[in-house]
Design a protein around this ligand. Structure first.
Ligand SMILES: [Zn+2]
Length: 157
């Protein structure tokens, strides 16, 4: 990494202990809102350099930069999984709608006073199957939503 003084552009920087080896707590890190993500350990210190030409101080912390990038990647991955669940939940809901429509259709057919007992029994049996299927689909949908919420909570943590 080539370091440069942001004040005068000189690249002759010397590492110094100034003003002290600051512990990177949430305040020192200075990335409000994001800082709580980083479980900073006491041994992670910022590196301080002084410009030999103008005396300007520069602060670097490659470890923290790495942590920030890792955290970003992790969040992007979780977000992708959440989006994936959106698709699955939407598919499941479409299936649910479809089965509900089939059940409604059967109910309508059962209202017809001209159907035979046999037809009626067949329809009722079909209706029972669809009801079971609907129950399973709804449970599946709930489970997907639950899993998605767990991921959302992870992102908010
Ligand atoms: Zn300088």
């Amino acid at each position: 990494m080539k370091m440069k003084c942001t004040q005068c552009g000189c690249d002759d920087l010397e590492e110094v202990d100034f003003p002290y080896e600051a512990k990177l707590d949430e305040v020192a890190v200075g990335i409000a809102g994001e800082s709580s993500f980083y479980d900073m350990h006491e041994e992670v210190y910022t590196q301080t350099y002084i410009c030999t030409k103008c005396g300007h101080f520069e602060f670097f912390n490659p470890e923290l930069a790495k942590l920030v990038l890792e955290e970003r990647e992790k969040c992007a991955k979780i977000q992708k999984e959440i989006d994936n669940f959106d698709k699955q939940i939407s598919d499941k809901n479409n299936e649910i709608k479809n089965v509900e429509q089939q059940i409604d259709s059967i109910k309508e057919q059962l209202k017809n006073i001209d159907i035979t007992i046999r037809q009626s029994n067949e329809l009722k049996s079909k209706q029972q199957d669809l009801s079971n299927k609907l129950k399973a689909l709804k449970a599946g949908s709930q489970e997907l939503i639950k899993q998605q919420n767990n991921l959302k909570r992870k992102l908010e943590a």
